[in-house]
Design a protein around this ligand. Structure first.
Ligand code: AMP
Ligand code: ZN
Ligand code: FE
Ligand code: FE
Length: 273
């Protein structure tokens, strides 16, 4: 049976614009039946979202998104895990510490480029939660250094220099996959197009992840070309993987051109009744 779903969204628990409760309301208003919140490196928003989902009769799936170290944008999604799992909590704790240590490095890096923003300001934008690059982008916009988030990333936050000088330590993909599996969850490879490797390399990545326990590939995502999507379907079929999909909605302030998706997905494997 298919359901209307979006399995990739971000809340204020990481770098999204809306609180978990607001996200659930937006999903309901849009006619979704299933919503997964997949904040970066944290499970903090999930209990609130599940509660809001129970009130609104919308199924909320607990999710998370990790960034693995092997490639620049190599993201791994987890679903339906035990949010109190110890190994997962330790990994999230380590990643939060890495982000907290990166924040002052970003401030100094920006200062070298003639851009003055304060840590307090960025932390305020993050609201005491996970500090992400989009919070820095918001501060740069607010101070008038750039006109939008695209410019903030293009000029400062996603340059080769940025990645070399200030990037935070990231776990190996194997560590991400195994932590989610150990917590009883399901694992999907997020937006494979963003890894920016050729098809042959991508296939070898999928093969390796499958050996760690990968369950699915994010086969529906706003920016895929038809060719990319067809290749992901092919890989899913070849390696016996499920299909997931989502918008990567962060709110229109953070990612201006992305709205929530309404995807018809078969999630029998993910949803127990
Ligand atoms: P972080 O995990 O703090 O390093 O930041 C990752 C976040 O920054 C994700 O939400 C990405 O969508 C966003 N991001 C990374 N690169 C870009 C980019 N070039 N343009 C816009 N957003 C980006
Ligand atoms: Zn994000
Ligand atoms: Fe991602
Ligand atoms: Fe994401």
């Amino acid at each position: 049976m298919t359901v209307l779903a979006d399995l990739h969204t971000h809340s204020t628990a990481s770098d999204g614009q809306y609180t978990p409760t607001e996200l659930v309301h937006l999903a309901k208003d849009q006619g979704l039946e299933v919503l997964a919140i997949t904040d970066h490196d944290t499970v903090d928003g999930l209990d609130e979202a599940v509660l809001a989902g129970e009130r609104l009769k919308l199924r909320v799936i607990r999710g998370i998104e990790f960034a693995a170290k092997e490639y620049h944008t190599f993201h791994i999604l987890g679903y339906g895990f035990d949010p109190n799992d110890y190994t997962l909590a330790v990994l999230c704790g380590d990643l939060k510490a890495g982000r907290d240590q990166r924040a002052p490095r970003i401030i100094s890096y920006l200062k070298e480029q003639g851009v003055e923003v304060s840590l307090a300001e960025v932390e305020e934008l993050a609201g005491g939660n996970i500090v992400g690059r989009p919070h820095f982008a918001q501060a740069l916009i607010r101070r008038g250094y750039v006109s939008d988030s695209r410019e903030a990333f293009g000029r400062y936050l996603d340059t080769e220099e940025f990645h070399q000088q200030v990037e935070r330590p990231k776990p190996a993909a194997r560590v991400c996959v195994e932590a989610i599996k150990k917590a009883g969850g399901w694992v999907s490879l997020a937006h494979p197009n963003q890894i920016r490797v050729d098809n042959e390399t991508l296939e070898s990545i999928i093969q390796e992840l499958a050996s760690y326990g990968l369950d699915a590939i994010e086969c529906f995502y706003p920016q895929y070309t038809p060719e990319q999507q067809a290749f992901y379907f092919h890989l899913a079929e070849k390696y016996g993987l499920y299909l997931t999909g989502g918008s990567d909605f962060h709110g229109e302030l953070i990612k201006p051109n992305i709205c929530m998706s309404t995807l018809a997905l078969n999630l029998d494997w993910l949803i127990e009744n």
